[in-house]
Every structure is written in C-alpha cells, then in structure tokens.
Design a protein around this ligand. Structure first.
Ligand code: CAA
Length: 276
C-alpha cells in the first residue's frame, strides 16, 4: 500500500489516508487501497475503526482534481461510482467507524467523513462541499448524505454557495459530534497537539464502543442505518428482528447474567467476535 496505513491496537483499528503532500486527496489508487484495506479488516478481533488523514493540516482535501480534470462524462460517472462504492462499504461496514477529522475535510473529504458513523474533529477542521466552484456537483454522496445529516435547507445553502465552515459551525449544525482542541499549559505552550488530542479522543470513544457487546453494537448500526431508509412501520420491524437476533447469544446471556450477578468486570472482557 502506498497511500493507506492500517494499524490495530487491541480491538480498535486505525486507517490513515497517507498522501500528505496532496493533503490526502483521493485519487483512484487511494480509493482502491482503502477498499482493499476494509476487505482485510479482521472482524473477529476488531470492533471499531477510526479513519483519519496523515499530518496535522488535512483530513482529506477532496477527490483528486488533477485526475478529474480530463475525465469524459462516462469516466466522470465511473469515478463517482468508484468513490460511492467504497464510501458505501464504509457506511455499511459491520462495525462502527469514527472519522477523526484533522484539518481540511473538503469535497470528497467531507463526504467520506459523512459515510462514517461518528465524526469528531480538531478545532482547526474545515468542512465544505466546494464542488460547484469547480464546475461539478459533489460526487461521492455529498448531495445525499449532507441533506440527511444536517437539514435539506442547510445542505443546499452549503452546497450551492460552496462555503467552507469551521469546526464550531460544523458542531452547531450537527455535522460533527465533538470538537477537540490542543492542550495548552499555564504558560500558553502547546503540550498536546490538536492532532494528538483528537486521536486520543477518537481512541477513547472507540475503546468505549469496543468494550460493549459486539453483536449488539453491530445490530444497532444495522438497525439505525436500515431503519432510516424506510417508513416507521417497516423500521420497527427491522428493529424487532435485530433485537430478537441478540437473544441466545453468549453476549446477551453473559451481559444480562453479569448485571443480575452484579459483576460488571466480566462485561468488559473482550472476546473474539466468533466466540460471542
Ligand atoms: N486534489 C488534488 N490535489 C490537491 C487537492 C485536491 N483536491 N487539494 C490539495 N491538493 C494539493 C495541491 O495541488 C498542492 O499540491 P502541490 O504542492 O503539488 O502544488 C498540495 O495539495 C497542497 O495544497 P495547497 O498548496 O493548495 O495548500 P493550501 O494550504 O494553500 O490550500 C486547500 C489548502 C484550501 C485545501 C486547497 O488545497 C484546496 O482548495 N484544495 C482543493 C479543495 C477542493 O476543492 N476539494 C474538492 C475537490 S472536488 C471533489 O471532491 C469532488 C467529489 O465530490 C467527488
């Protein structure tokens, strides 16, 4: 892999888009490598993923403008599909994915973060869909996911004006769950950089997810994602099925027995998914 780093620490896997010289812009190779990385995640041991970008300045500054500049209509559509296929894989990935957004999340960068379950960002993050300024629409899901995540009116305003927003505004409109700042000592010196503080916060959240019953967490993701696509009558049926699927699992038996026996420590034991 030239552009993707993947490391596993306990039950948390971290994928880093590593094309720092181009601010981690997404070309076809990055998308292919990200796809292969997701395929290779060991779902028996990893319970939560973190997705981030290399360096302090940029999460992902969008799809690669150089690569797109000479595409024909058909090639443009195929490039959109390539991105959409990988982002959809991320969105429907069996385990939760946290986007740790360090700096620019523009165009395809904002879009990939929206394919993740949860977004947390450093206070220098900048979000936006600047595509109309480049003569194109957002092409990796931005027209669809932004409208669903914030509101249609806010999404239309951001997309039509191509205006970038800072972390505080992204938090205010519900695009991100948490904003993390660098730690500064009494003398005003930075003791923990914004990126390190961001990754610590992302890892803390991921560890908190990873210690929960894994079948239940997976079923929650599926229930929320699939339920949002249908009306409430169908949605509650989806929930009932996934709720029912939790019963008779080792997780459910042990989780409830731990509660009844007042043994909270047992619940924290991480067992391979296949043994749950
Ligand atoms: N594609 C290709 N290369 C990119 C890039 C992108 N999206 N964004 C940045 N880069 C490259 C620059 O070309 C530059 O390369 P060189 O050093 O070889 O010249 C390098 O990254 C550093 O960038 P800048 O010198 O521009 O850095 P800056 O600090 O002055 O500006 C920035 C940072 C504001 C993010 C600016 O780089 C920028 O505006 N980038 C483009 C953002 C954008 O429009 N993204 C949307 C792309 S379209 C899209 O994503 C479509 C879709 O939905 C699928």
């Amino acid at each position: 892999m030239d552009y993707i780093l993947y490391e596993v620490n306990g039950a948390v896997g971290t994928i880093t888009i590593n094309r720092e010289k181009a601010l981690n812009a997404l070309n076809s190779q990055v998308l292919d490598e990200l796809n292969a990385t997701l395929d290779a995640v060991d779902l028996d041991t990893v319970r939560c993923l973190i997705l981030t970008g290399a360096g302090e300045k940029s999460f992902v500054a969008g799809a690669d403008i150089g690569e797109m500049s000479t595409l024909s209509k058909a090639e443009g559509e195929a490039f959109g599909k390539k991105g959409n296929d990988v982002f959809r894989k991320l969105e429907t990935f069996p385990i939760p994915v946290i986007a740790a957004v360090n700096g620019f999340a523009l165009g395809g960068g904002c879009e990939i973060s929206m394919s993740c379950d949860i977004r947390i960002c450093s206070d220098n993050a900048v979000f936006g869909q600047p595509e109309v300024g480049l003569g194109i629409t957002p092409g990796f899901g931005g027209t669809q996911r932004l409208a669903r995540l914030v509101s249609p009116g806010m999404a239309k305003q951001l997309i039509y004006t191509a205006r970038n927003i800072k972390a505080a505004e992204a938090y205010r409109i519900g695009l991100v769950n948490q904003v993390v700042s660098a730690e500064v000592n009494e003398a005003g010196e930075v003791v923990v950089s914004a990126k390190d503080a961001l990754m610590a916060a992302a890892n803390k959240m991921a560890a908190g997810i990873a210690m929960q019953a894994p079948i239940a967490v997976r079923n929650c993701k599926k229930a929320i994602n699939e339920g949002l696509q249908v009306d409430m009558d169908q949605a509650i049926v989806i929930e009932e099925k996934l709720f029912g699927d939790c019963f008779e699992t080792e997780d459910q038996r042990a989780g409830m027995a731990n509660f009844l026996e007042k043994d909270k420590e047992k619940k924290l034991k991480v067992v391979p998914f296949k043994n749950c």
